[in-house]
Write a protein that binds this ligand. Structure first.
Ligand code: SF4
Ligand code: F3S
Length: 106
């Protein structure tokens, strides 16, 4: 499955949602996750994310390994999101910021 990693935090552009053929994205307050059992590995979401937050599990950077579990866990708790919406107001400011893990609203 594909995994949403740290760059999405405080941005949530949702371009990924618009291209996913199986609607397997789930939405938290300032982060999105992919349900690993629903993702069909089509790869459509990876190139459209403005923050480059999405990776195939096999290419997930080691520093963000934890996000595999975070996606699996939160996708069972958060509501599904099937339509693109506006990005967060602070998205541009935080797009290239590092160390956003502590800012994740869970
Ligand atoms: Fe959806 Fe395809 Fe991305 Fe999986 S890889 S989340 S199926 S767009
Ligand atoms: Fe997040 Fe990128 Fe989607 S910022 S909401 S993973 S387009």
């Amino acid at each position: 499955a594909y995994v949403v990693a740290e760059p999405c935090i405080k941005c949530k552009y949702t371009d990924c949602v618009e291209v996913c053929p199986v609607n397997c994205f789930y939405e938290g307050a300032n982060f999105l996750v992919i349900h690993p059992d629903e993702c069909i590995d089509c790869g459509a979401c990876e190139p459209v994310c403005p923050t480059k937050a999405i990776f195939p599990e096999s290419e997930l950077p080691k520093e963000w390994a934890e996000y595999k579990t975070l996606n699996a866990d939160f996708s069972t708790k958060w509501p599904n999101i099937a339509e693109k919406k506006s990005s967060l107001p602070e998205a541009e400011e935080f797009k290239d910021a590092k160390g956003k893990r502590g800012m994740l609203d869970a």
